[in-house]
Design a protein around this ligand. Structure first.
Ligand SMILES: Cc1cc2nc3c(=O)[nH]c(=O)nc-3n(C[C@H](O)[C@H](O)[C@H](O)COP(=O)(O)OP(=O)(O)OC[C@H]3O[C@@H](n4cnc5c(N)ncnc54)[C@H](O)[C@@H]3O)c2cc1C
Length: 496
């Protein structure tokens, strides 16, 4: 029988779209190019069958804060989110370090003369955290539900997303600590979008936190897959779709793909204006990743750094502004921004005696083909001398190879599109409903739509709601929480 809806791509957004449609009582079929389900949520053994490595996403501030995942109930479904004492750390040359503890008081205490400034920055955001998350993980088309949150955010973005940022803190530790979070926007610094990213992720570090799922990111994909399957959905892996004509007939098609792929698989059927807008869509710098198997915890010069799962490397604020801007201009920086994830700090069961997984990626120009192992190893060595000697096995993935692995990471851009102001608001093209592709019954649901990159599942959720409304006449939102009697979740479950 023909499915009600077909989804191409099983990243977090394809899966949240699938789960939303399945919970609305529709039959869904999902097609995935890779051998396994999950997109950016895969966890695999790479060197040793005992040790699991996250292949892409590893740390989940956004999944924990996301309205979709809150309603879905990750923890109730057995996905245990584990926190390290510190959300992230930023060592500096010479041995000093800024540490963002989960606990705001501890962070304040560690930042000396800037402690109170850090608190004044973060505490109001924490008090309005739901409003901040609502705003930044919205479809960018709705009015803010918490105007105070919007105001707090706007003031902070202007202060920290511009060159004024250099004057907001006194110490290099506090300046670098915030700049490292801004660098998650992967682009020229400072910038207003990076300022917004630093406020979202920065305050979550002291709120819901920057956790890792026990056992790896694939546990999130497993929970979504189980939900879709329990509601009758089916998966086809190893099926890269090259033309929409390859898909079975259905009432809606949702695409968890890049705009580049969208143009290709619609094979000349897109209206010229939309196709031109997609041709103008730009991709940001790439990520080049190193996976390591090491014999012992990273020997950080500043031992406090070892309390964090995420470590930002790249020197002072001025160094990072320079290296990120150089990278965005298409030049490989000598000392690029490197983000290290040590999941064992929060999830010790991922290690075995003498065997620890570790990953790190460097920001590099889009499409760069350099094997990043040496670049990343020497950057870690600067802050953890002796690290090189702990490595038993390693694997480098260049930015160009990331696109081969997952076509959504165009040129290694793990955000599926540069986070410029324009593209933060108008991804992938200026349209009233960014999820609707101007072709009958076709929707885009990847990170190339609002609210953009990260594992929050909101793009998939919003695209599914749009499809429910326009293709099936369903205006309510399906309930998403765990239910015991799966047979009872039908269209009748819909909230008004
Ligand atoms: C190294 C790395 C580290 C990251 N770290 C984090 C992190 O710690 N926290 C965080 O929140 N985010 C992180 N991210 C970003 C996050 O993974 C992405 O933003 C997120 O996965 C985007 O979800 P998506 O569903 O839009 O696309 P993806 O997860 O990219 O999934 C798209 C899926 O669609 C499939 N596909 C594409 N085209 C086709 C086709 N034509 N036919 C069939 N299938 C197709 C792909 O194979 C893929 O499985 C990281 C990304 C990378 C690469």
């Amino acid at each position: 029988m023909a499915p009600d809806a077909v989804i191409v791509g099983t990243g977090p957004n394809g899966l949240t779209a699938g789960a939303t449609l399945a919970r609305a009582g529709l039959s869904v079929e999902l097609y995935e190019a890779g051998a396994t389900i999950g997109g950016g949520l895969r966890t695999e053994s790479l060197f040793d069958s005992d040790i699991q490595h996250d292949i892409c996403a590893a740390v989940h501030p956004m999944a924990l804060a996301s309205p979709f995942f809150k309603a879905f109930g990750l923890q109730e479904r057995g996905v245990e989110m584990l926190h390290a004492p510190a959300s992230y750390a930023h060592p500096l040359p010479g041995g000093a370090a800024g540490i963002a503890y989960h606990d705001l008081d501890a962070t304040q205490a560690g930042l000396g003369p800037d402690g109170r400034r850090w608190r004044r920055l973060m505490r109001p955001l924490l008090q309005h955290s739901d409003g901040i998350v609502d705003l930044l993980l919205s479809d960018q088309r709705s009015l803010p539900r918490d105007p105070v949150a919007a105001l707090l955010l706007a003031r902070r973005v202007l202060a920290h997303g511009t060159h004024l940022a250099s004057a907001t803190f006194e110490t290099e530790e506090a300046k670098a600590l915030l700049t490292g979070v801004a660098a998650h926007a992967v682009g020229r610094l400072p910038s207003l979008t990076a300022g917004a990213v630093s406020m979202l992720l920065g305050h979550l570090a002291h709120g819901t936190g920057w956790p890792v799922p026990r056992g790896g990111s694939a546990r999130i994909a497993d929970a979504l897959t189980a939900e879709i399957t329990a509601h009758g959905g089916t998966f086809h892996t190893g099926r890269r779709i090259s033309d929409l004509a390859e898909l079975p007939r259905s009432r809606a098609v949702l695409l968890d793909v890049s705009p580049k792929t969208l143009v290709r698989i619609t094979a000349g059927r897109l209206p010229t204006r939309y196709r031109r807008a997609l041709a103008r869509y730009t991709y940001g710098p790439g990520a080049a990743k190193a996976d390591f198997l090491i014999t012992e915890p990273v020997p950080w010069t500043n031992q406090a750094v070892g309390q964090a799962t995420t470590v930002h490397l790249g020197g002072t604020q001025a160094d990072i502004f320079r290296s990120e801007t150089t990278t965005a201009a298409g030049v490989l920086a000598d000392e690029p921004f490197v983000l290290v994830v040590d999941p064992v700090v929060a999830d010790p069961e991922r290690a075995r005696p003498g065997k620890y997984p570790l990953w790190a990626y460097a920001h590099v120009p889009n499409g760069d083909t350099t094997d990043p192992i040496e670049l990343i190893t020497s950057q870690i060595e600067r802050y953890a001398p002796g690290f090189r000697d702990t490595v038993i096995a390693q694997r480098g993935t260049s930015a160009a190879q990331y696109e081969e692995y997952n076509p959504n990471y165009v040129g290694g851009d793990i955000g599926t599109g540069a986070m410029t102001i324009r593209q933060s608001l108008l991804r992938p093209a200026p349209r009233t409903n960014p999820y609707r592709v101007p072709l009958p019954s076709v929707y885009l649901c990847s990170a190339a739509t609002p609210p953009g990159p990260g594992v929050h599942g909101m793009s998939g959720y919003y695209a599914a709601l749009a499809a429910l409304h326009h293709e099936f006449g369903i205006r309510g939102r399906p309930s998403l929480g765990p239910v015991r009697d799966f047979g009872s979740t039908t269209r009748a479950d819909m909230a008004p």
